[in-house]
Design a binder for this molecule. Sequence first.
Ligand SMILES: [Zn+2]
Length: 91
Amino acid sequence: MGMKDDWRLLHNDIEYLKKAELNPTDGEEICRHTRHLRCCKFCLEPVQDNPYQWWFLPLNLSCCICEECYNDFKEDFEWKKLDGWDIEWGE
Ligand SMILES: [Zn+2]
C-alpha cells in the first residue's frame, strides 16, 4: 500500500505540517497544559494522561502527532525533531 493510500492522510489540512519542526513531549504534559489537544492529528489516537505515551507537537501547538504516526510519516513530511525544551504552552 502506497503512502497516498494511507487513510491517516485523508485530511485536507495537513499540508502545513510539511517540513515542520516538532517538539517531543508526553501525554501527561499535554493534559496538564492544554485542553485543545485531545487526539492524534492523523490517526485520532486519544491523548492519555500518561508520561510514557510520546507525542510530537508543531511550534504553534495546533495539533499533536502520536509516536506511531510520527515514525511512519517523518521521512515523507521531512520533519525536524527538536529537543522538547522550548515548548511555549501559554495558558
Ligand atoms: Zn497517530
